[in-house]
Design a protein around this ligand. Sequence first.
Ligand SMILES: [Zn+2]
Length: 361
Amino acid sequence: MKRISQPTVEPMSEEMNARRWQAVIDRDGALDGKFVFGVSSTGIFCRPSCPARRPRRENVTFFDHVLEAEQAGYRACLRCRPKALDGDPQSAQVRAICRYIEQHIEDRLTLALLATEFRRSPFHLQRMFKSALGISPKAYIDAVRLRQVKHHLQAGQSVTAALYDAGYGSSSRLYERTATQLGMTPEKYRRGAVAAVVRYTIASSPLGRMLIAATDKGICSIQFADSDEPLQQGLMREFPFATRRRDDAAMVEWRVNLTGMMEGSAANPSLPLDIRATAFQRRVWEALQRIPRGETRSYSAVAKKIGMPKATRAVARACAANPVAVAIPCHRVIREDGELGGYRWGLERKQRLLAMEKAGI
Ligand SMILES: [Zn+2]
């Protein structure tokens, strides 16, 4: 290990050193760039706001410039990177926060969570972020989400899928925001969007009217309702930027397969699905597809099955977001106490499906 030479003359006044030490204890980002401190026990030098554990005072030496610290034999800390920055140390951390937000956009991001992650008080983090970018972390999170939703919608993805990908909890929230945040009417926005073609059919099924919609890659939506109108409206809401074409003839085989599945005649027809899912939803939906016909599992059992025993509520949300009824058998997940729990297409339908499956029909 390189020997650390202690400066022979202490160039700073005691008062200045005391102020600097206080800044180190406070992790005061405002003094980043004004000085660095070397830690003799580790041989590393840091900026004042470094998130690493505070050293003992007697091991600390202050330097006005990075160069002096290096000349004294210290190496730059890899965490706070006192050398990386275009003169503005805070901006590096703000950039790191931005990257973190972008990489975790599917999660429930809060100021408190960011503060913990970056070891700052929520107040300090917010202030630093705002002074660097002019917007709050929350506004930045919203902007990233919106950008992602736009991107997915332009690619012809369904609204629900685009939403979940972008970390929005419920579709109603997107509808509230779309108009104001897209900054234009959906119609206008659509002109710039690639219009994917979604073909669909509506037919009778054991559960009432059934809509099947598909892209050229596979089935993207299976829904139930009492009449055709809500199905058509739902499809329009779900794929507002797609060209929707009714095509009963092209969907005959899938329709027969699906009703067969419900009635128990077709055991495992291979239905190509074209659905977008977050990594988490994919795990849940795959687990659902492994529940045998005629059986049910509780939400918590599914959570355990995917190795996330605490994620019961998230599992329930993933079930509720299932875009393809029956094909992904979210109806086979019920509450721990045997109650049916929820079903996107009505409890009566869930009950009827399960009864048909249990009776082995
Ligand atoms: Zn450091």
